[in-house]
Design a protein. Structure first.
Length: 342
């Protein structure tokens, strides 16, 4: 019979319990240790050694599994880049900035980690990606360095002209802007609307607020550097409309903006009144005319932030937000009294 050794109960528990808590196979041992209250606890040395070895092996196995998971996630992200290189660079002869491919790699990697509820545990630089690309495609591609920026190109290409390089810089800027806006939209805080007792305030607020960066992007896209055109009511209305459409699309319809809440209600009402599909209806009665008019009023109230307005809205779409008027290009009306100086 194996000899028994004694140990201080508290010390024994402190060395064993952290290794078995939460593990089903040690549930019985865990229960016995928690109930044991004597000052000394007895154990077989051989049993203790076997237990320690088993715990140690379990930890190594767990670390190995984590490492394999991280490697698999990185491989999935690299597969996305490999597809671009094989299809566009090798087959079609396109060039890409390394920083452009690196941004796509990191974006794909972050998405994969998020889907698996795991935090990224390391930094993967553009240099790491370059090494991985060369290891996989060294016979078919080459790298150029222009103005301290690396480009990937098909192996047969001898030089990169300025036009190609400038186009790549522009493409990278657009890609970066799109990913920044997409990330902002996906990270917006969502306010779930109540199922019952939905007020006009809820309808005008929607489930999310439009990020100011998205509004600025569309104001610049539509108005350029023309401040007066940016300030026009028509430009502002279009910016808010496009922004809400983009938010709705990026979230795949799972987030409702004021515009889409009202459109859903309007479509339901049209179907009820006409008893037909929205694609085939014609406004032929006073009920539908009133419905469309109410939608236009609601749309204007949403833009102005008004909660209560009497009467219909008569809006000059070229009027600026400070009361002046502008044409389609944002030029100020010479007859506008608000811009005359004595």
């Amino acid at each position: 019979m194996l000899p028994l050794h004694k140990a201080d109960t508290n010390q024994f528990k402190s060395s064993v319990l952290p290794n078995i808590e939460g593990q089903e196979e040690y549930a019985e041992l865990l229960n016995k240790l928690k109930k044991f209250s004597g000052p000394k606890i007895s154990y077989h040395t051989e049993c203790r050694v076997n237990f320690n070895n088993k715990i140690s092996f379990s930890k190594k196995s767990s670390r190995k599994n984590d490492w394999h998971c991280h490697r698999e996630y990185h491989q999935l992200a690299f597969n996305e880049i490999s597809g671009i290189i094989e299809e566009d660079v090798i087959k079609k002869g396109r060039c890409y900035l390394l920083v452009y491919l690196h941004e796509l790699y990191i974006y794909s990697l972050e998405k994969i980690y998020e889907e698996n509820s795991v935090e990224i545990n390391s930094i993967f630089t553009a240099h790491h990606l370059e090494e991985k690309i060369l290891k996989t495609f060294s016979k078919n591609i080459k790298f150029f360095t222009i103005r301290n920026k690396k480009l990937i190109a098909p192996n047969y290409l001898q030089a990169i002209d300025d036009t190609i390089f400038e186009n790549l810089l522009t493409e990278n800027t657009l890609q970066k802007a799109a990913l920044i806006l997409r990330k902002l939209i996906l990270q917006m805080e969502k306010n779930k609307l109540p199922i019952n007792n939905i007020t006009a305030q809820y309808l005008m607020s929607g489930e999310v607020s439009i990020p100011p960066q998205l509004l600025d992007f569309y104001f610049t896209l539509l108005g350029g550097c023309n401040k007066k055109r940016k300030k026009s009511m028509k430009c502002a209305r279009q910016v808010h409309s496009y922004s809400q459409d983009v938010i709705f699309a990026v979230h795949n319809g799972h987030v409702k903006t004021p515009k889409h809440i009202m459109l859903d209600d309007m479509i339901d009402e049209v179907k009820r009144l006409q008893n037909c599909e929205i694609s085939s209806f014609h406004i032929e009665n006073e009920d539908l005319k009133e419905l469309m008019n109410n939608y236009n009023i609601f749309k204007q109230r949403c833009f102005n932030g008004e909660h209560e307005t009497d009467g219909e809205c008569d809006i000059d779409e070229n009027q600026t937000t400070d009361g002046s008027s502008s044409d389609e290009d944002g030029n100020i009306d010479d007859n506008d009294e608000s811009f005359r100086s004595d």
